[in-house]
Design a protein around this ligand. Structure first.
Ligand code: TXA
Ligand code: MG
Length: 334
């Protein structure tokens, strides 16, 4: 049996919505990465998400909603700056953590008193939510969806990534909705909105500077317990990732430890040359492109059975900071 024969692959948003309605799972495209969705109000369906991902049950999920007007159904005592962020960035690659209402049950929030909410800008994801709203008659219906990868691994940015990673774990009633390749390529920015001012929990396409500009408030980095995307070690391919400087790449002898491996890969901006004997995995022309191709390049390294991936980080401006964050976690080795 080919892997693809095990899963229901579709391009029809309604088919995914019907699967969700009935309590099954649907892997869904968003502009950031693919999510593995379940109805956020069905305990058994959400439990199945944790099981398929192999994720600890106390790690909270993001609830995807159809629009800003569902914010109040899930979030309580929402500060003004959070509403400003929702109004100015949704639909878009931003997740807001707010105090929860009773709609956000422990099985979604991992027992936390807050809930993470997001409105995706992907038209196919919007369409799934619009169908689900219609099918349930509930404007504020939510889809709980973590990234559609096994726990600790690289997030999927195409339906084929989802199929190759999760086919063994999905049931025949679950669906993988193919919406092409994700435009952003890195997970959403997460902002903690439970305090007097915003805090950056996970960097992404929308930067802390953007948040400060939009809200007029400082947005320092925050930290939370049990945020899987913020574990020091995360986003890891099978190959060992090592962050290097462009100067280390002058020739193969100047490469740092790891270069003696028979098969070595390189991720670096287009202007940086590839030393002889090294497999070039990506040569992006901008930080945006680096973000978009990063996860596919890490998967490619594993498909080629490379032992080591050298990565030269982009500049930290814009989404470059999020690329550096993910590379650092991918390279973490304790
Ligand atoms: O771009 C994305 O955000 C993708 C797409 C599918 O929406 N989703 C995603 O989900 O990356 P996941 O589960 O892989 O990462 C969600 C992060 C985790 O680090 C989780 O701990 C954090 O959000 N999170 C969820 N609820 C939270 C809460 N109440 N407080 C703090 N962090 C929370
Ligand atoms: Mg994830």
């Amino acid at each position: 049996m080919r892997l693809d024969d095990r899963v229901r692959l579709t391009t029809d948003p309604r088919e995914a919505a019907v699967a969700l309605l009935d309590g099954h799972l649907a892997a869904l495209p968003t502009e950031t990465v693919y999510g593995l969705g379940a109805r956020a109000d069905l305990a058994a369906a959400v439990a199945q998400v944790y099981s398929v991902k192999g994720r600890p049950a106390d790690h909270p999920l993001i609830v995807h909603i159809a629009g800003t007007n569902a914010l109040e159904a899930w979030g309580a005592s929402i500060p003004r700056y959070a509403r400003t962020l929702a109004d100015s960035t949704w639909p878009g690659p931003l997740t807001l953590v707010v105090n929860r209402t009773s709609a956000a049950q422990d099985f979604v929030t991992g027992g936390q008193n807050s809930v993470a909410l997001r409105v995706s800008a992907h038209p196919i994801m919007s369409s799934v939510l619009a169908h689900l709203v219609k099918l349930t008659g509930n404007d504020s219906i939510g889809i709980a969806a973590p990234s559609a990868n096994r726990f600790g691994r690289v997030s999927p940015t195409s339906a084929s990534h989802v199929v190759s990673e999760l086919a063994h774990f999905l049931s025949h009633d679950d669906v993988v909705l193919d919406g092409g390749e994700c435009g952003v390529g890195l997970e959403s920015t997460i902002i903690d909105c439970t305090g007097a001012h915003p805090r950056l929990l996970r960097p992404g396409a929308i930067t802390a500077d953007d948040v400060e500009r939009l809200t007029g408030l400082e947005c320092p980095a925050g930290s939370i317990v049990r945020a899987s995307g913020t574990l020091a070690r995360h986003y890891q391919p099978a190959a060992t990732v090592r962050i290097v400087q462009a100067a280390d790449l002058r020739d193969r002898r100047s490469l740092p430890p790891g270069a003696e491996a028979p098969a070595v890969g390189l991720l670096a901006m287009a202007g940086i040359a590839t030393p002889a004997g090294v497999v070039r995995l990506a040569a992006p022309h901008s930080a945006d492109e680096y973000a978009r191709v990063l996860y596919a390049a890490l998967r490619e390294a594993d498909a080629l059975r490379l032992e080591t991936i050298f990565a030269v980080a982009p500049e930290p401006a814009g989404i470059g900071a999020a690329v550096i964050d993910r590379l650092t976690r991918a390279a973490h080795n304790s």
